[in-house]
Design a binder for this molecule. Structure first.
Ligand code: AMP
Length: 284
């Protein structure tokens, strides 16, 4: 497996693949890989002639009070996992290669980034859209794989890809969970034993809300209320948001219809965790 460190080196490798007629899959990550990332890599390795894993802890998507410095970095273990799955290259640029001196260009996706995580993390999606555009330009993939775990990110990347005319298929993969339901996340490493016990309440609360929708509830406020009730009193847990939004526009809905996203974020101690479910109203 090849390791590439600079955008021009990466692009030269990809152009060589393309010249020999090969399709390229890209799995963008910040490393500290787990089974969620593995599922994306397996899909890419299956669907494409060659696959690239990118590992880059992107400074522009972290706010000043967030965990950029502490974010787990496990490069050697990540490479071993990628190699075992059959990835062909790892693109791991350093921050100076991505953001050289006097860097001033950012991609802003409007409206979709205003609610949900965008409210608590105001510069986050500008950083995400910018880095994904830069990864696309270096890796030149035919397909790129993202997880529904970060559903707002998926919607933002899909819209940016369409709006900026990238000729790349965006593939959204299901959320991979621990046996008790907790969505896998690199940040789960921050949780101590008590936090970990509390953390399961997040996916359980969404499960209760889904049962309510399955039973016919169509008022978003009641679904949101159900999640809040399930989360109240959980030790060490503070709700950041619970919202029902249109699954593509990320704008709040009052009535549940079509396909909606029920998304929530909580703080457990200092660790922020997110989870969501997509709900498609059955046609009657
Ligand atoms: P990250 O390294 O956290 O930036 O995540 C890299 C990619 O893996 C993103 O597209 C995430 O949505 C995806 N991902 C993270 N956790 C999971 C999970 N539990 N299931 C599926 N995909 C995930």
């Amino acid at each position: 497996m090849k390791t590439l460190r600079k955008p021009d080196e990466m692009r030269a490798w990809s152009l060589e693949q393309k010249r020999s007629g090969k399709t390229i899959g890209l799995v963008p990550t910040m490393g500290a890989l787990h089974e969620g990332h593995a599922s994306l890599m397996r899909a890419s390795a299956r669907d494409n002639d060659v696959s690239v894993l990118s590992i880059f802890v992107n400074p522009t998507q972290f706010g000043p009070q967030e965990d950029y410095r502490e974010y787990p970095r496990t490069f050697d273990a990540d490479c071993a996992m990628a190699e075992q799955i059959g990835m062909d290259a790892v693109y791991a640029p350093d921050a100076d290669a991505m953001y050289p001196a006097n860097y001033v260009t950012y991609v802003t996706v409007e409206r979709l980034t205003e609610g949900l995580c965008g409210r608590t993390r105001p510069i986050h999606f500008r950083g995400v859209a910018t880095v994904v555009a830069k990864l696309f330009n270096a890796v030149l993939p035919d397909r790129a794989y993202f997880g529904q775990k970060d559903a707002q990110q998926c919607a933002v990347v899909r819209r940016m890809t369409r709006d900026l005319d990238f000729s790349i298929e965006i593939i959204e993969m299901p959320i991979i969970r621990q046996p008790d339901g907790l969505a896998m996340s690199s940040r789960n490493r921050y949780l101590n034993a008590n936090d970990r016990t509390s953390a399961v309440a997040l996916s359980e609360s969404l499960g209760k809300a889904k049962a309510l929708m399955d039973a016919g509830e169509r008022a978003a406020a009641n679904v949101v209320g159900c999640v809040h009730r399930a989360l109240s009193g959980v030790p060490g847990l503070r709700v950041d948001y619970v919202e029902v939004v249109d699954a593509e526009e990320m704008t709040p809905v009052e009535r549940i219809g079509g396909t909606v996203l029920l998304a929530a974020a909580v703080f457990i101690g200092k660790t922020r965790l997110i989870d969501n479910i997509k709900y498609k109203v059955p046609e009657s």
